[in-house]
Design a binder for this molecule. Sequence first.
Ligand code: NAG
Length: 246
Amino acid sequence: MYFKILVVLLLGASVGYSKRLPMPPYLKACARNRPDFDECCLRSGKAAIPTLIKGDKKYDIPNMLPLVIPIIKLESGPDFSLTVKDLHVYGLQTAELLKLKMDLNNKKLYAQVLINRLELVGPYDINGRILVIPLQGKGDLNVTIDGVTADYNSDFVLKQKEGREHMAVTNSRTSIVVKKAYLHLTNLFNGNKELGETTNKALNDNWEQVLDALRPVITETITKLVNSIADGLMGHISYEDMFSEK
Ligand SMILES: *[C@@H]1O[C@H](CO)[C@@H](O)[C@H](O)[C@H]1NC(C)=O
């Protein structure tokens, strides 16, 4: 099935002017010529994540506890549409940075993050089918995902801003592996209890395939989320201040 997706994140990504700032106190700079540069970056990133997830207005990074996504649309021709409004994503405080590679020479970034449990809750409107499961209704959706491992890859370019170089991510993409997912939709088929229960059971019995259908939305969301943190930091802190030679 081919899906057209739309994910709108109102993250305060600094597109326009952003004031130059020093490294925030919770993020340690790593000199690019130190022999343990990779370990330094990982250590610094690991320590900073809990603070970054709580947001930092100065750096245009919003509070993500919870992360609120104003609108998600998933469409596949005339046969399938899913809309979720004000989707609340709970659980990002369980995010743990496992790997981080800042390949400055090749201008590539890689990060692996493990999130223990993510709970996605919001009002939905669905029409169509996933696999062979017919779905029609309007109610509350709950997608809970255990053990999400996300691999984020990105390139970056260096942009001149007021005489200093700043990194900017481009060409970013994410892939995910999930341990288990639970799905629940209230009020399917105008509240038909029996049909609703059968459908929810079918969705959960086939959670892996259902998650595959939702995968583009989830990976797109994670990509935008990581990008917004990166944009916030890179827009405000110069490349030299982040990775100066010591
Ligand atoms: C969502 O589903 C999970 C797993 O079934 C459950 O633990 C959680 O309480 C539910 N959340 C809401 C808001 O219903």
